[in-house]
Design a protein. Structure first.
Length: 367
């Protein structure tokens, strides 16, 4: 049975062992694994306005807004003298001054053995979610799509079996139309099927290329880092932007990527919200992130955000461990104090705690 004097030493050993064992129990991460962390806290900075410079006519990278082929019938620009024997034009390109009436032709092919009835109209083009090109329905077409005419409405074409129908149409540029690109499309529809072919319309005049980067924010950390931002075309030409990410952390520059295409064409006046993967995001500390977007014609814009990356999960486990250790130490100290107090109150040298001890009388003494 251990003596009372050995208990304080045992308690000290117990506390020391708990200090070593508890963190391992409270943070059960395998060696080399990153602890769980919480989302980064971000504070967006104001976007830097882009420089506006003159630009040459943009080169369209996309053809049909939707696949015009498929079973039943196809729609595409009619071949002209310059495209006879070639694959043909992937889209319409028209250019003229305000007040000009421009003409072109749409080819409809019916390879089936049935007569097809196709309805034709003009439509406004825009950037949908993620930057993809799309066309607006007839009830929402009020801009360039309304300049397209196939004659007296409704424009309906009957295509006999195994026949190609070439349908002329006009684009009337209004007086006072602003210079630059005006995105549109011609849409052919039969029942629930639609095929849209892009119309790249340029109104003559000064061409301006301008962009802004807005609402930059950083989420996640490490390999799960993400940057969200909005890209706005402030000019009057369609642009194909490229993005570069630069970041400076608490301990110096962070890994970043070279400029790369975003894989979209941003139309004039359009705004798209995008997400960029950022595997170089830190797990702990702060970071200043700068996005630089460039495009042909001299467009350049920057947007920035500052973020703090805090491993809330790891801090939670560590805090719990500290609390348990503190509680264990306090209990040990209280037990040691109680043991010492009891030892002080133990009888010794003829005196009992709290009351006097009567002296023994010597026998045989002379009185």
């Amino acid at each position: 049975m251990p003596s009372r004097r050995s208990r304080p030493a045992s308690l000290v050993t117990l506390v020391t062992s708990a200090a070593v064992v508890l963190p391992a129990l409270l943070c059960p991460h395998p060696a080399g694994a990153a602890p769980a962390t919480g989302p980064a806290v971000t504070a967006a900075r104001p976007a830097t306005a882009a420089a506006v410079t003159a630009a040459p006519p943009a080169t369209a990278l996309r053809g049909p807004l939707r696949d015009p082929g498929g079973p039943g019938w196809t729609a595409r620009p009619a071949a002209g003298p310059a495209t006879e024997g070639a694959e043909g034009r992937p889209y319409f390109y028209l250019e003229g001054a305000p007040g000009t009436v421009l003409e072109d032709r749409l080819a409809l092919d019916n390879p089936t053995g049935e007569t097809r009835t196709v309805t034709l109209r003009g439509a406004d083009a825009y950037n949908a979610e993620g930057g993809a090109l799309a066309v607006r329905p007839a009830r929402e077409t009020r801009a360039t799509g309304s300049w397209v005419s196939f004659g007296a409405p409704p424009a309906t074409v009957r295509i006999p079996p195994h026949t190609r129908a070439v349908v002329p149409f006009t684009v009337t540029v209004p007086d006072g139309a602003a210079p630059g690109d005006h995105p549109a499309a011609v849409v052919a529809a039969e029942g629930t099927r639609e095929a849209a072919v892009r119309v790249q319309l340029r109104v003559t005049g000064p061409a301006l290329s301008a962009l802004t980067v807005e609402d930059v924010a950083v989420t996640g950390e490490g390999a799960a880092g993400r940057i969200t931002y909005a890209l706005v075309n402030r000019g009057n030409t369609a642009v194909v932007p490229e993005l570069a990410v630069a970041a400076e952390g608490l301990f110096g520059d962070l890994p970043d990527g070279r400029a790369h295409p975003l894989g979209l064409e941003l139309l004039p006046g359009q705004r798209v919200e995008l997400t960029e993967s950022w595997p170089g995001a830190p797990v702990f500390g702060s970071a200043d992130v700068t996005l630089t977007v460039t495009a042909a014609g001299g467009a350049r814009a920057e947007g920035s955000a500052s973020a703090w990356f805090v491993p809330w999960g790891a801090l939670g486990w560590t805090g719990a461990g500290v609390l348990v250790l503190a509680g264990t130490a306090a209990a040990a100290a209280l037990l040691v104090r109680t043991t010492r107090s009891r030892r002080t109150e133990a009888p010794g040298d003829g005196v009992r705690a709290g009351r006097p001890v009567p002296e023994a009388e010597l026998t045989g003494a002379v009185r």
